[in-house]
Design a protein around this ligand. Structure first.
Ligand code: NAD
Length: 311
């Protein structure tokens, strides 16, 4: 197939592009290189079935041309990263909603399948664990500093599902949970690369609060495996999927494991949330995906553990 990946020079997008090239597909990556990097694509840059188009998903003419020339779209382009979104909240709304609308509209002409990247953040501050795809989403209910990102992704989902319902567009919503692995940089506040980098340089690993908040980290190779299987699964069309690993680790335990695995002499220090975030900031205590729908649909669930991710 001819496959378009928006955000294809990014962390997840570049791993997906490599995998699709290996599977024999033609891949076009559309990326404005805002957080994505050409270096992410070195292994396939010169491949005859690969092409990187530097441009924006907000350029509707360009998006139309690229979608017209493909059979299927993975729409991963988005303004991401805690720091970026804190500094420029409206950028998430403009890029994420405008970009998704441009892709969906272009895909509608020939009813091309579109896989839309969403996020676990659409579950907001829910304490009903694990998060299930049928849980209610309430726009703006996240009440944290990434409200613009979470709200924009919620709107993306509603837009995509409206195109599916009203125009029979085959869309699949991908709610990614924390995904990590090679090439993810710590530039935008991602905890695993930040801790690994600090440990390798014997600098302190800075944990916010008491470190008892937990997350579930999925390996990017598992996430890509899920995407490739969903792509080939007709039963997935029109549906929403949690994509992540459901093994939980506290941030303190993550820091300790990274120090042990790197043999680092770095200390772990704890800083109050108030010293990093504005007053009133509330972190999520836990965030766990229910991945039973994914497993039932494609016969696969992310399993690579923390040690493999850190390695
Ligand atoms: P990333 O920053 O590496 O990828 C996003 C890509 O989109 C980058 O290459 C960036 O340059 C590109 N981009 C941004 N604005 C663009 C625009 N206007 N036009 C074209 N390209 C543009 O981050 P990632 O982790 O690979 O994220 C990929 C997708 O997965 C995003 O939609 C993100 O919201 C979602 N997601 C990721 C995670 C995670 O843990 N990594 C979790 C939840 C959701």
């Amino acid at each position: 197939m001819k496959i378009l990946i928006t955000g294809g020079a990014g962390f997840i997008g570049s791993h997906l592009a490599e995998r699709l090239i290996r599977e024999g597909h033609d891949v076009t990556a559309l990326d404005d290189l805002s957080t994505g990097r050409r270096e992410n694509l070195v292994s396939i840059a010169a491949h005859p079935r690969f092409r990187l188009v530097e441009g924006s998903v907000l350029d509707t003419d360009l998006v139309e041309d690229l979608v017209d020339a493909c059979d299927l779209v993975f729409h991963l382009a988005a303004a991401v990263g805690v720091k970026l979104i804190m500094e420029q909240p409206s950028r998430s709304i403009l890029t994420n909603v405008g970009g998704t609308e441009a892709v969906l509209k272009a895909a509608l002409r020939d009813r091309k399948p579109v896989f839309v990247a969403s996020t676990s953040e659409v579950y907001g501050k829910s304490t009903r664990l694990p998060f299930h795809e049928d849980d209610d989403l309430v726009i703006g209910a996240t009440r944290n500093l990434r409200w613009s990102y979470a709200s924009a992704k919620q709107i993306d989902e509603f837009l995509a599902l409206a195109f599916a319902r009203e125009a029979d567009l085959p869309v699949v919503i991908l709610r990614f949970f924390n995904t990590t692995g090679p090439r993810q940089t710590g530039r935008y506040g991602m905890v695993v690369p930040n801790f690994v980098q600090a440990a390798l340089e014997d600098r302190p690993l800075t944990v916010h609060g008491d470190g008892q908040q937990s997350r579930c980290f999925g390996h990017v190779a598992d996430v890509v495996e899920a995407l490739v299987r969903l792509m080939d699964c007709d039963a997935a069309r029109g549906r929403v999927f949690n994509i992540g690993n459901d093994q939980e680790v506290t941030i303190r335990a993550l820091a300790e494991r990274i120090i042990a695995m790197t043999g680092s002499n770095a200390p772990i220090i704890h800083v109050p949330y108030e010293s990093v975030y504005p007053e009133g900031f509330e972190d999520m205590a836990r965030r766990i995906p229910d991945v039973s729908r994914l497993e039932q649909t494609i016969g696969f669930r992310p399993r690579r553990g923390l040690d493999e991710i850190i390695a």
